[in-house]
Design a protein around this ligand. Structure first.
Ligand code: CDT
Length: 327
């Protein structure tokens, strides 16, 4: 029998620096109500969904950024999300900035059961950008200043998502570009990956030109490859539009284990996309071409965990016979 989960990706339009959490939460509750009316059982919101993408704003003193962080979930400002989940019987994924009781700061995502219990928490591992003010950049990207590298690994849990038991994993934004992250989830038989992102439409690094149309292509390429190569579904959900003059692309998608896009957002605003995901579709890839136990060769993958940066290869010279050269 098919294991169909009706999944919603709730893209958010821009959240301006001055927009209070309460307003953003109101928009999110309206999206949850729409999701419920469309038959969805779980809703996925973007990375840092409650506020503007604040890592673009430099603060000399990191504690000055604390206003963007959550110290508890739910809080008075986020309680309406938990109430809506309960009222509508809807699970939800929420990206947010987390400040722990001992003062540590993470870029975090949680999946919350309709009861309000946190089913799974993940803290972003691949933090892009830089820690110090970068005068070469037209816009700062200070994730390395405001967040620590996640300390929870890449957990997967089997848990109820809507009416199905699903193997659930989470990634956050830049993580989607790293095949290692997907594979660690794949090795735990992940069936559904929820991930949110805030990605500028332009490369603001100031060190080279990147054609604009390739930004969305690279995002989709990464998620579609991750799903195909690990035989899972993903909801990849954007914060989109222009925040205080800084443009983020939308193009949120839901992808199946064949790597196909099942639904895609077309606006750069609050927008809901919904897809029926038959989790049993994950079996084909997992039992055939990507049957890891039969086909993976970890004895040849040592470099993946032994080194971070790449190394230049040895230089071939004419007349020199190398052990690994063809006879
Ligand atoms: N939020 C986030 O991780 N954004 C990055 C942009 C990187 S530009 C420094 C991304 O990978 O989409």
């Amino acid at each position: 029998m098919a294991r169909v989960l009706t999944l919603a990706a709730a893209q958010l339009g821009p959240i301006q620096k001055a927009e209070p959490r309460e307003e953003a939460v109101g928009r999110m509750v309206r999206l949850m109500e729409r999701a419920h009316r469309r038959g969805a059982e779980a809703v996925v919101f973007p990375e840092l969904a409650l506020t503007t993408f604040f890592p673009r704003w430099y603060e000399e003193d990191v504690t000055a950024a604390d206003r963007w962080f959550e110290t508890a979930l739910p809080s008075p400002a986020t309680a309406p999300l938990f109430e809506a989940a309960k009222r509508l019987g809807l699970g939800f994924h929420l990206g947010h900035a987390e400040k722990t009781p001992d003062g540590r700061r993470f870029n975090t995502a949680v999946y919350v059961h309709p009861s309000g219990e946190v089913v799974l928490k993940y803290r972003k591992v691949h933090l892009p950008g830089h820690a110090e003010y970068d005068p070469l950049r037209t816009v700062q990207h200070l994730e390395k200043r405001f967040f620590e590298v996640g300390d929870l690994g890449f957990p997967v849990v089997r848990a109820p998502v809507g009416g199905q038991q699903a193997n659930l994993g989470l990634l956050i934004c830049n993580d989607r570009r790293w095949p290692e992250a997907w594979r660690v989830l794949g090795l735990q038989q992940v069936e559904l990956v929820m991930l949110g992102y805030n990605t500028p439409s332009l490369n603001m690094d100031g060190r080279g030109f990147e054609a604009h149309h390739l930004r969305v292509f690279h995002s989709h390429l990464s998620v579609q490859a991750g799903c195909y190569q690990n035989a899972c579904f993903a909801a990849s959900v954007a914060k989109a539009g222009t925040e205080d003059g800084h443009e983020l692309f939308g193009h949120s998608i839901i992808v199946n284990p064949q790597g196909e896009i099942m639904a895609q957002a077309t606006s750069w605003d609050d927008e809901l996309i919904v897809a029926d995901c038959d989790l049993d579709m994950c079996r084909l890839g997992r039992e055939t071409i990507f049957d890891f136990a039969r086909h993976r060769r970890p004895e040849h993958y040592g470099r993946i965990t032994a080194q971070a940066g790449s190394e230049a290869p040895p230089v071939w010279a004419p007349g020199e016979r190398r052990r690994d050269a063809a006879e």
